[in-house]
Every structure is written in C-alpha cells, then in structure tokens.
Design a protein around this ligand. Structure first.
Ligand code: PHE
Length: 369
C-alpha cells in the first residue's frame, strides 16, 4: 500500500516525468502501430519512435536529472518500454504479413491456364534434326534399328577396318581433323558399321544368327568449307548384313526410301563409284525434285545443274575385307551399306542456298521453319 511505503520510495520529479512520458508514448505508439496499413509504414512509425531523433530520445534526455539512486529504476522502466515496443512491433509485422497473405488468397483466383505475358513463342526442332528424325523413321519402318556412334573415333574404326589402306589417298582426300595420332573426329558415319558388325560377330560366335539391319545418324567432320560444305555436317548410315543379301535388296531399300521421302514414282539411279569398304560401289541419284523430266525449265535448273538428277548417297555391297576385319565370315554373310548427307536433304527440302545458315543459329533464320 502506498501509505506504508517509505518516503524514499516516492519517485523524484524527473522520474515521474519519465514515467508519464513513457505512458504517453505508449498510448501513441500502440495507436500508431495499429493504424499502419502496410509493413513500410509500420517500419517508419517504429523508426519515428526509437530512432536517433525519435520520440523516445526526447524522454531519455530527462535521465540526466534523475538522482543516482533512481537510475536503476529509470533504466528498468526504459528497457521495459523498449521491449514492449519491440513485442508490439513484431506482433504487428506478423499480423500485416498474414493479412497480406489472406488478401492474396482471397483475391481473384490465379488462372494457371492463362498464357504467359512474355511472348517467348514455342520452340521447334532444328531443321537438320527434323529431317534426321524423318529419315530415321523411314528406315525404321523398313525394318532397320537405330544405333549410336561416337564423333571422336579411332583411326581403326574410321579408316583401317573399313579397308582404307594406310596412307590411302582417301584419308588425305577427306582431310580429317586429327586429335592425336590414331584418334580423329569421324569423317563419316561408316564407323558405326565397324562397331556394330564387330558386336554382331561376337554374338554370332555365341551362336546368334548373322542378321543385322542398322541405321545411325550424327555429326561428321571434314576440312571442307564453302557454300555447300561445312567442316561439321550430318550423315545417316545404314547397312544390312545377312546370309545371301544381294544388290537387288540394296536397290529396293533405297528406291522405297526415295519414294517415301520425295513421293511415289521418284526415279532412282545407281552410278558405279568407288569407296574402299564396298564392292561394287555406287552413287545414288534421285530425280531432281525441282524440275521434272521433259520440263522445258530443266535447262535452267540450278539445283541439278540441268542434269535432272540429284546425288543423295554413296552405297555398295560390303567389302569382304570389312567382314574379315570385324570378325564376320565373308563366305557366310553378305550385306549392303549406304551413307547420305542429312543437311543436303534439309537444304533441298527448304530451299536453303547456304549450308552455313543451318549452323549459325540465327533465330531470324531458324524461326522460319
Ligand atoms: N562413307 C561414305 C562417305 O562418307 C558414304 C558411303 C557409306 C558409301 C556407305 C558407301 C557405303 O562418303
């Protein structure tokens, strides 16, 4: 009871004024905090109260006049006040955050099906890859299975086992990118023949039948660079091995392929040619897809150079040497192989005059497909 309190407990005037000041500030800040509609305004009020030039600083100036005996009490009062402000501040922050969340959740529902605001447009396969997949699909329909093959290859698989004699001018003609002696960027996809036939030979030794029909597509590399040649380009390779495969089957497969790609009745012709890994070897032409036979405009056709034919592939019957090098018995199996450029098919398909356009990745070009 106050009556029983000793007189020394009566606060000094300075302390009373601090008490009153804190009480008044307490009423004000609670009201101000409650009235703040947003977190930034709440933080501003908080700073106004506790900041260096804030309202509390004015009250603290009175501490100077508080007698030493009352200092601990005054300090406790001030600290209690500050703690209360912080408690209230945190509580209001949390209340504002949950109110904001609540408002968000109750706002117009978020429609996930609306189109985005950034007009990014839809991507699509690169024309070369689109054509690659189309070619692979045709051969898959004809019964070929797909196989991968590495772009960095042993000389052995790229040249030697394909019966290129050492220092054969072909290795020079292809003017390859050597990584180190014995290792190069493959100059054609025919390396897959070697790899797949070697694996087949292993299965045959284990009793499997010597049948295999494979297609493989990917990048190949040669030191070539002009309007129609790029140092990196793409090929698709196919081959079929079995007992008693003949050149008639090779012609049948490629004729069926040409019809699927360029339409029924597309003429195909085979011209004798040389590749070390086939015998006989041929180059395959299809009737020019831009001018028709007996077309008066043929003389002016720049695509087929007025010949009426477009070269699309190299092919032939797999050389007995290749069978021997891969561990297959040339007395038992025969087979055919072919290889064609994918980029050229894409260029013909879309009327692209310069192969480099395909690899510069200019979106203004690629967006046209
Ligand atoms: N590998 C040959 C080339 O790149 C093409 C080819 C493949 C020829 C298969 C015959 C058989 O020119």
């Amino acid at each position: 009871m106050s009556g029983e309190s000793p007189a020394s407990d009566e606060p000094s005037e300075a302390l009373s004024r601090i008490e009153q000041g804190l009480a008044a500030l307490g009423d004000r800040f609670r009201e101000a905090f409650a009235a703040c509609p947003t977190e930034p305004s709440l933080r501003a009020e908080h700073a106004k109260l506790l900041g260096k030039k804030g309202d509390l600083t004015a009250v603290l100036a009175l501490l100077r006049d508080v007698p030493a005996t009352e200092r601990p009490r005054a300090g406790a009062l001030v600290n209690g006040f500050k703690a209360e402000v912080e408690r209230e501040f945190e509580a209001r922050l949390a209340a504002l955050a949950s109110a904001a969340l609540e408002a968000d959740l109750n706002a117009r529902p978020f429609d996930l099906t609306l189109p985005g605001r950034l007009a990014l447009g839809r991507g699509h396969p690169h024309p070369v890859l689109a054509v690659r997949d189309e070619l692979l699909a045709i051969f898959r329909d004809l019964g070929f299975q797909t196989a991968p093959g590495p772009e960095i290859e042993l000389e052995e698989n790229n040249f030697t086992k394909l019966a290129f004699p050492p220092d054969h001018p072909a290795t020079d003609m292809q003017d390859s990118f050597w990584i180190k002696p014995g290792v190069l960027l493959r100059t054609h996809t025919s390396n897959v023949q070697v790899r797949e036939m070697s694996a087949l030979a292993e299965r045959v030794r284990a009793g499997a039948s010597p049948r295999l029909a494979v297609v493989s597509a990917g990048a190949v590399y040669r030191r070539d660079d002009d309007l129609t040649h790029s140092p990196m380009f793409h090929q698709i390779e196919g081959f079929l091995v079995d007992e008693r495969v003949s050149m008639a089957e090779l012609k049948g497969v490629l004729a069926a392929f040409a019809e699927r790609l360029y339409g029924p009745g597309t003429p195909v012709r085979f011209r004798p040619s040389y590749f070390p890994f086939v015998e006989p070897g041929a180059e395959v032409d299809v009737g020019c897809v831009f001018c028709k036979p007996n077309d008066p405009s043929r003389a002016a056709c720049r695509v087929c150079k007025a010949t009426g034919w477009l070269e699309i592939a190299g092919c032939g019957m797999i050389h007995p040497e290749v069978f021997r090098h891969t561990g297959l018995d040339p007395e038992r199996v025969t087979g055919f192989a072919f290889g064609m450029g994918i980029d050229r098919v894409a260029m013909l398909r879309y009327g692209i005059p310069n192969i480099r356009l395909l690899f510069e990745n200019d979106p203004r070009f690629l967006a046209q497909f």
